[in-house]
Design a protein around this ligand. Structure first.
Ligand code: FES
Ligand SMILES: [Fe+2]
Length: 393
């Protein structure tokens, strides 16, 4: 996100505050509650989004050097990601070609070969089958034909992408079209992996995504926690194909506005968090402390359950100061967890129940919830549902 773009964004925020509005145009959208409860829709979403779309899995430092691996089952397909001998990012189905066991346990680590825990077939980090235990029992089977199934993968400006199903190479434009310059600007590859945590909630996965994409609620739901630091109901929203960028200012903005009205002189990193919706299921928050990558998935094949995988990558500039201050990564992520679990997810779990009981047939998204409007319509379109109209009023 270059300097002129930041100044433009801050100008928009300034105008919104001056006019007490969060959007210049738009209207209200009605989203049917069945979008959060329909089993058939979930099956389509799993096929389209979680099998056949390239997903942002993490930042480059999740695989910090050659011969490191990361095994992740959250999409529903067991995926083994590696950085090979040459440092190249690659992904495989984490499935043994003998009888289909998972060859690498979930988690991250260093390894240059993987031995299946069932009958000890061994694979190299390049996916090749290196050894068959008691080879003679398999006669003439050709090891060359029994490599791990390679999945399409790409490393783009410090971000790691995998499509869980074999097929064509990943199209960079499809993943981050229009955001290349933004992502390059943040130098994401330099942010070390700090900590990760899993949060389950009894609510639809899109409802979990929604909680991150508007700050209308922060002075209400988060009044006693992060609402004290964030500025509520002021955000920008820029669309980049299926993705979004939205910027949230914090409370320091009031002081800066008081000092100068010249937005060119406003210290962007100190007063704003930059968020991205990376289609279809990721929220990435870039602030002065680092990057929070929030990946959200349906769970147990249920429209009523989801899992959030939150990973924090610390800013290389901040990292030494955190150590000096004795502030641990665990403290940082547990604070994030408390707010999400006790406030956001507690609320959406109740909304989910109401949706299932049929007490309300639709929800309303206002002009100030434009990011949510974009997300819902984009996701609907991709599974062949009608685009929801925006009612100008
Ligand atoms: S299933 Fe992997 S070695 Fe048998
Ligand atoms: Fe929230």
């Amino acid at each position: 996100m270059n300097k002129s773009e930041r100044v433009r964004v801050l100008g928009v925020i300034n105008e919104h505050i001056a006019n007490d509005t969060t959007a210049d145009a738009g209207g209200v959208m009605r989203v049917p509650m069945s979008d959060f409860t329909c089993q058939q829709l979930l099956a389509q979403e799993q096929d389209v989004f979680f099998r056949n779309t390239a997903l942002c899995m993490g930042l480059s430092s999740a695989l910090p050097e050659p011969k490191t691996y990361w095994s992740d089952n959250e999409t529903g397909i067991p995926i083994l990601m590696v950085r090979d001998d040459e440092g190249r990012f690659r992904a495989y189905a984490n499935v043994c070609r003998h009888r289909g066991s998972q060859i690498a346990p979930e988690g991250r680590g260093s390894k240059d070969r993987f031995t299946c825990p069932y009958h000890a077939w061994t694979y190299g980090i390049d996916g090749r089958l290196l050894a068959v235990n008691k080879n003679s029992h398999f006669g003439n089977v050709c090891r060359k034909d029994l490599s791990l199934f390679e999945l399409p993968s790409a490393e783009l400006h410090g971000t790691l992408w995998v499509r869980p199903t074999q097929g064509d190479p990943i199209d960079e434009a499809e993943c981050i079209g229009g955001l290349e310059e933004d992502l390059a600007h943040w130098q994401l590859a330099d942010f070390p992996f700090a900590h990760t945590q899993v949060i389950d909630v009894r609510a639809n996965w899109k409802m979990a995504v929604d909680t991150f994409a508007e700050n209308y609620h922060v002075s209400v739901l988060h009044a006693k926690t992060v609402g004290k630091e964030m500025k509520a109901n002021v955000q920008t929203c820029d669309i980049f194909q299926n993705n979004l960028r939205f910027v949230y200012p914090n409370q320091k903005l009031d002081l800066i506005r008081f000092l100068t009205s010249d937005t060119k002189r406003w210290p962007y990193r100190q007063i704003a968090s930059t968020l991205y919706f990376l289609y279809p299921n990721v929220i990435m928050v870039v602030d002065s402390f680092g990057v929070d990558l929030v990946r959200i998935f349906p769970r147990d094949d249920s429209p009523s359950k989801s899992r959030t995988v939150h990973t924090w990558y610390v800013s290389p500039k901040v990292q030494p100061h955190l150590k000096e201050a004795g502030y641990t990564y665990e403290e940082r992520v547990s604070r994030f967890r408390e707010v999400i679990v006790n406030e956001d997810y507690e609320t959406i779990a109740k909304i989910q129940l109401n949706a299932e009981r049929g007490t309300q047939s639709e929800m309303l998204l206002g002009r100030n919830e434009g990011a949510l409007q974009h997300i819902h319509n984009t996701l609907r379109m991709e599974v062949g549902l009608d685009v929801l109209p925006v009612e100008e009023n």
